[in-house]
Structure formats: C-alpha cells, structure tokens
Write a protein that binds this ligand. Structure first.
Ligand SMILES: Cc1cc2nc3c(=O)[nH]c(=O)nc-3n(C[C@H](O)[C@H](O)[C@H](O)COP(=O)(O)OP(=O)(O)OC[C@H]3O[C@@H](n4cnc5c(N)ncnc54)[C@H](O)[C@@H]3O)c2cc1C
Length: 362
C-alpha cells in the first residue's frame, strides 16, 4: 500500500533521528523545527557510550564533532567525592553542535527540514505560527520538553513542588577545566543536583534539576542559587570560581520526570521526551530519543499509521526499567543524607557502578 510520508514535529535528537531513518528507507519526511540553529537546548550535553553507539548507527561520528572525552563520573555529596569509572567512553558535547549535525544529516539523506514553529495541533492537523495549516496521515510528535497545544502531556498539576531544569554555559577557565577534565560531575544538594561537563569549546555546561521550593529559597534566581550552593560546598566553589552573577540561564518548568506515554491518538507516534521522560541525572534522555525514533520508524514502515498504538505500548514497556531505576537514584540523590551510604557502596563494590549504568540505559 502506498503511504504518504509522515510529518515530524520537532527537530531535536528524536525528530532528526526519525527523519534520518525514514530517509534511509526511501521515505522523504518533512520535519518542522522552530529553532534557527543558534540556541542551545536545556540539557547536560552528556552523551553516554550507548548513545554514541546509536549516533554512530545514524552516521554521526560524535567524537569527530569535537566533544570532550569523558571516562569517569564524580558524585559529590555531603562534602565527599565518589569517583566511578564509566562502563565505556562518553562525551560532553553542546546540544547546538549535536542537533545541527543530526539535522544536517537528515537533510543530506533527503528529509525536508523546515524552520517553522507549530502553534497547535488538532489530532494530525497542525497550525503553524504563520497560520499555514498542514495535515497528515502520520504525525511523529517530537517536540521534546515543550508540549504542543492540543497534544500536551498531562500536567502534573498535583505536584505541590514541581521540578525545573536550568542551564547555563560557564566560559572556559583553566581551573575548572583542570578539575572537571575527563569527567561528568554531579553535585547533589537538597532537592536537586547540578551537573558539570566540559564541551567542545572548553566551556563547561552547567545544568541543574531542582525543585521549585529550593529555587524559591534563592529568591527564584538561578544565579543566587548557584552562589548559595558554592558557598555551602568548597569543591563546587572551586569549580565555579569567577562565576558571573549576570550569567544568563535557560529554564524549563514542570519537567514530568518518570512520565511514559502508554497510548497515543490514531496515527500519532510520540517520540523522545514526548514518549518517556527519564530523570536527567541518568544521562540517557538522548539515548531514549534515538531509541524511540528507531522503533517508531520500524513500526511505521511495517504497519503504517495503524502501527502507532503498538509502537507506543512496546516503547513504554522498554522504557519502564530505565525510568524506574533512574527514578530511584533521583529520589536518593535529592536527599544527600540518605544517598551517602549507597553512593559509598556503589563506588567501592566492583561492578555495582557498571550495573547501575546498564540498568538505566534503554
Ligand atoms: C536539566 C536537564 C539535563 C539533561 N541532561 C541530559 C544529558 O546530559 N544527557 C542526556 O542524554 N539527556 C539529558 N537530558 C534529557 C534530554 O535533554 C532529553 O531527553 C532530549 O533532549 C529529548 O530529545 P527530544 O528530541 O525528544 O526533545 P528536545 O531535545 O527537547 O527537542 C525538541 C525539538 O522540538 C522543537 N520544538 C518544540 N516545540 C516546537 C514547535 N511548537 N514547533 C516547532 N518545533 C518545536 C524544539 O525547538 C526542539 O528542537 C536532560 C534534561 C534536562 C531537563
């Protein structure tokens, strides 16, 4: 049966990976992306060994994009540092560079990439900000952290203390470069964590997941929060030396960590963060985005739009274990007093760190 190519809403890792996989199967999808390629996503920019492997299969040689090699994880809590060797080589890379490479690859393979913003959706009918209307037989919904009006994920309205994502770029500095070199660092604090990794240009990506109540204690100002955290932890103060209080932060509210789509509308395939949101300290969100795109395209190629329901169920099942394990680690990490013992055990018992890392991969 002849099928019309899907529309892809969103050109982050999930949408771009779907466009590449479709193009490889001879299907020229249209991808709609609102960004103009100059901004950067709210993301730690940590690419795990498993994610690098998936990128390789898409024809993206991430190390060749100039990222910063990472082989260890350093966990800071309660004044102690626990260093774990990662199961495989990883990378710190800015999302701008990664997303640009993925979209360029999609276009080179034959996908149509349009730089337009979608205002809303009514099922598979999209209205662009320009007023243009597009409808399709199949929609790959890959708008990631941002919900599309009409197809939004359920709001966790019940949460009295929602979680927020914050990100800023720390300019290259020799002291922090020396301290962070070769590692991804997670600095745990009450109701959140701060992740640090070096990127391709020597700057450090600082990313925080934090409860709203904790940010409120810093007057709602991310820079004040950073300063308070540094004041309380000398190791972090060393890394943030010279931190400029005027630094610009990107923020996203109400991150629905742990959410999974178990069903979707007819002909609608939810990918990436629209399919499953893994707690970010696991560093597996991009891996999930790529894995969902791969599975969705395989379902679509064999069953067309009717494959959406089976895809969504199968992906929800596949995401259950990594989300549950990452959720457990996040719950512990948010209470440093509880996390100290497990962290010491993980760091000292051989094989435990590798097992944890494996259990949080899709
Ligand atoms: C604080 C934090 C730190 C994280 N750190 C890491 C990490 O270190 N490693 C890791 O693997 N994962 C990490 N993640 C998770 C990771 O960022 C996401 O899981 C991943 O980006 C999901 O990819 P995606 O393609 O689904 O969505 P996104 O990356 O969010 O991409 C969605 C795309 O859709 C576009 N879009 C959105 N709305 C519209 C619209 N209306 N019209 C047109 N285009 C639109 C956006 O511009 C964007 O390009 C982190 C997440 C958070 C919150």
């Amino acid at each position: 049966m002849r099928r019309t190519p899907p529309l892809i809403a969103g050109g982050g890792p999930a949408g771009a990976a779907a466009a590449i996989a479709l193009a490889r199967a001879g299907v020229r999808a249209t991808l709609l992306e609102k960004g103009d390629g100059t901004g950067d996503a709210i993301c730690g920019g940590f690419l795990s060994w498993a994610t690098l492997d998936r990128l390789g299969h898409l024809g993206i040689d991430a190390p060749a994009l100039g990222g910063h090699a990472v082989s260890r994880l350093a966990l800071f809590l309660g004044g102690r540092e626990h260093v774990l060797t990662l199961p495989g080589p990883a990378l710190g890379l800015s999302r701008r560079r990664l997303d640009s490479a993925l979209l360029a690859r999609a276009a080179a393979q034959g996908a149509e990439v349009r730089r337009v913003a979608i205002r809303s959706a009514e099922g598979r009918a999209l209205t662009l900000v320009s007023g243009e209307r597009l409808s399709c037989e199949t929609l790959f919904l890959a708008t990631g952290k941002h919900d599309l009006r009409g197809l939004a994920r359920p709001k966790d309205a019940a949460s009295p203390d929602p979680e927020l994502g914050l990100r800023c770029r720390l300019p290259p500095a020799s002291q922090s470069a020396r301290l962070i070199a070769d590692r991804i660092e997670l600095h745990l604090f009450d109701r959140g964590y701060l992740g640090l990794v070096l990127q391709e240009d020597g700057s450090a990506n600082a990313c925080l997941a934090v409860r709203k109540s904790r940010l409120a204690e810093a007057g709602g100002d991310p820079a004040t929060l950073m300063t308070q955290l540094a004041d309380a932890a000398p190791a972090l103060a060393d890394r943030l030396a010279g931190f400029d209080a005027a630094t610009r932060f990107d923020a996203i509210g109400h991150v629905p960590y742990g959410w999974r789509a178990r069903s979707s509308g007819p002909g609608i395939f939810r990918l990436g963060d629209q399919a499953a949101v893994i707690p970010s300290l696991a560093g597996e969100g991009i891996g999930i985005a790529l894995a969902s795109a791969d599975l969705a395209v395989r379902h679509w190629l064999s069953q067309g739009p009717e494959g959406a329901a089976a895809y969504q169920r199968q992906f929800a099942r596949a995401a259950r274990r990594p989300l549950a394990m990452a959720g457990l680690l996040k719950a512990l990490a948010a209470r440093p007093a509880l996390a100290a013992l497990p962290a010491a055990l993980i760091a000292s018992v051989p094989g435990t760190a590798a097992l944890m890392a494996r259990l949080t991969r899709i």
